[in-house]
Design a protein around this ligand. Structure first.
Ligand code: CTP
Length: 484
């Protein structure tokens, strides 16, 4: 291939003394072995961006493994070294950072590929087959130009212009590895960069190729978009490129506004993105951010037009909570308490809003605290983020109402301690008291006691609950065991 002129300039590294020591050992090893070694990839990009990372990537023109073994031997005390022969890579772990070694490759750089990439190449060839110009720079560890940044594809300029661009024709870069289409959008979202027009057009053109990528890898990138400072940037680009419709059609369906009899509803896609950004401003919790993504996911399924009234989405929170599980399964997201948390958020997301509109009763608050448990603070964040009206007076009024709900919650909590509350009467107590075997009636009485407490019919203490239980048992013709 024709070599572009490589721009060289000194790059001062922001690194710990220990990283500096290892990097300088690598420089000496390169000299002793007479091989070329370079810092490359995300590590160099992050140094330029002044957001130092703990993963150092090293490319060696020759054997990455051989170089890594030599280096590991020179560092005292010896760090741990894992060698992956099939991939031609080695991973050195030292203190709080990791160094990954690989030989320069001629073909596309696919760090995850199950297929070993055997063809050795020059540094130039290796860099050209990487994803973006900002990830295709190297810092030399070699005598003569030690510490110099080698920038063959204008990565430095692209970083200063906050631009994501492929080093080669984007059709080649994306067909080498279609996951890069999502990486482009993920970096745009994380770094608040724009994607250069040709690069973006190639994403739209090659979008169907994403189907060869595993759901786990897609979900990894989605999670990184969701975790970024302003996740709407990423989702908007996914939508505009056409990728969203392929990878996450349930979400794409939220887009659009329908009008009937002069009445329209809001665009639930852009509303959801606004809610997501609002949550992102208030919380770093990835799962609460997922709850924002999914809170209205069933609106398209439950949309109805009621004559004379307008658009309704009755029950979207219940249908939505069910859909969460399907979506988590599809993306291989954890099917544990994270899923339960997101389901709970989706199911309850309208509750504080309705409370803030009504006269807030103690029993409604008690019930919400009981159902939300420890997730109540997250639920309040989601609900406050769900206010996306353009009318500032309205927003202020809603937020004030929420403040009242919060104050009332504190009062009720201080009185009744409903968070993680367990009703005082257990099934055991009921069976023992009436000398009854397990059965449906035991559950019915237990539930009735719980409901009576939540509704404020009886006080939240053992004595009142026990008395209430005796009455319910008596209604079934049961007598306490001692009277039998
Ligand atoms: N790379 C690539 N194509 C991919 C994945 C990675 O060209 N699909 C190259 C890029 O040069 C990248 C480097 O491999 O910089 C290291 O990849 P990785 O560690 O996955 O990503 P980073 O760029 O370091 O960024 P992040 O850690 O945020 O994923």
């Amino acid at each position: 291939m024709k070599s572009p002129t490589i721009k060289k300039q000194f790059l001062p590294l922001t690194i710990s003394p220990e990283e500096e020591r290892i990097i300088s050992v690598m420089g000496n090893c390169a000299k002793e072995l007479k091989v070329e070694a370079y810092l490359v990839g995300g590590y160099v990009r992050d140094q330029v961006l002044k957001r130092p990372s703990k993963d150092i990537d090293v490319t060696v023109v020759g054997s990455g493994i051989g170089f890594a073994e030599y280096v590991a031997n020179k560092v005292i005390p010896h760090p741990s070294l894992a060698v992956y022969k099939n991939f031609g890579t080695a991973l050195l772990k030292h203190e709080d950072f990791e160094v990954e070694f690989v030989g320069a490759r001629k073909e596309s750089y696919r760090s995850y590929s199950r297929k070993p990439l055997v063809e050795d190449g020059t540094l130039q060839e290796d860099l050209s087959r990487r994803d973006f110009t900002m990830n295709a720079m190297a810092v030399s560890l070699n005598e003569g130009d030690y510490g110099m940044l080698l920038d063959a594809f204008g990565g430095l300029n692209d970083i200063s212009q906050r631009t994501i661009r492929t080093p080669l024709d984007p059709d080649i870069t994306f067909s080498d590895d279609p996951l890069r289409m999502m990486r482009a959008i993920r970096f745009a979202s994380q770094l608040n960069f724009r994607i250069e027009a040709n690069t973006f057009a190639a994403i739209s053109k090659n979008k169907e190729r994403i189907s060869i990528i595993s759901q786990e890898r897609i979900a990894d990138e989605l999670n990184k978009i969701i975790a970024s400072k302003k996740p709407s940037i990423g989702f908007d680009l996914l939508f505009k490129s056409g990728l969203l419709k392929i990878i996450f059609p349930e979400f794409e369906k939220l887009y659009g506004v329908q009008h009937l009899e002069g009445k329209g509803h809001k665009d639930n896609f852009y509303h959801t993105l606004q809610v997501l950004d609002n949550v992102a401003d208030r919380s770093d919790d990835l799962w609460l951010r997922w709850a924002a993504v999914l809170h209205d996911i069933a609106k398209p399924d439950t949309k109805r037009f009621e004559k004379g009234h307008g658009w309704t989405f009755h029950g979207h929170e219940v249908v939505g909570a069910r859909k969460v599980a399907t979506i988590f399964r599809k993306f291989h997201l954890p099917l544990n308490e994270k899923l339960q948390f997101v389901q709970k958020m989706v199911l309850l997301h309208l509750r504080p809003i309705s409370l803030s509109k009504e006269q807030v009763t103690d029993s409604a608050i008690r019930r919400l605290l009981f159902e939300a448990g420890d997730a109540i603070d997250s639920l309040m964040i989601l609900c406050e983020s769900d206010i996306t009206s353009k009318n500032e007076t309205k927003v202020r009024r809603y937020l004030q109402n929420f403040q009242l709900v919060r104050e009332k919650m504190l009062e009720v909590e201080a009185k009744d301690q409903m968070r993680n509350w367990q009703p005082p009467i257990t099934g055991e107590v009921i069976m023992k008291t009436f000398n009854q075997p397990p059965g449906r009636s035991i559950g019915t009485i237990k539930d009735a006691v719980r409901e009576a407490i939540l509704d404020g019919v009886i006080a939240n203490n053992y004595e009142e609950a026990f008395k209430f239980m005796l009455e319910r048992g008596a209604a079934l013709g049961w007598k306490p065991a001692t009277e039998n």
